[in-house]
Ligand binder design. Sequence first.
Ligand SMILES: [Zn+2]
Ligand SMILES: [Zn+2]
Ligand SMILES: [Zn+2]
Length: 124
Amino acid sequence: MARYETHCVTCGEGLTGRQVRTCSPRCRKAAQRPAPKLRTCRLCSQPFKPSGPGRRSVCPYDDADEWCQNLQDQAEDAEAARLAALEAATCACGCGVRLTYAGRGRPPRFASPACKTRTYRAAS
Ligand SMILES: [Zn+2]
Ligand SMILES: [Zn+2]
Ligand SMILES: [Zn+2]
């Protein structure tokens, strides 16, 4: 006996009338496509289904285990901190001069008062 789906196998939409497995030609096409190869999460080493464009190397956040989500949060924080450090590392005027940050108070943005003046003049 043939088994009839009650919901679209692709999007989970309820099926009506003569729809058998999928709710639309688009979903039918998607259902025929071979399932995407599983990838291994860089953080939790679990296989996951890559979704959408781009080359993900970690589980989609919404599908991830709680601890993988934590790892992703940490990775994001680390990345943000890295970017912030990089940003603070050179003069904001674009002259490329490296800034030294004592680690106290606000990190400097400019290598010299002249750089600051130049930037503000360029902006106005
Ligand atoms: Zn569908
Ligand atoms: Zn993961
Ligand atoms: Zn500068």
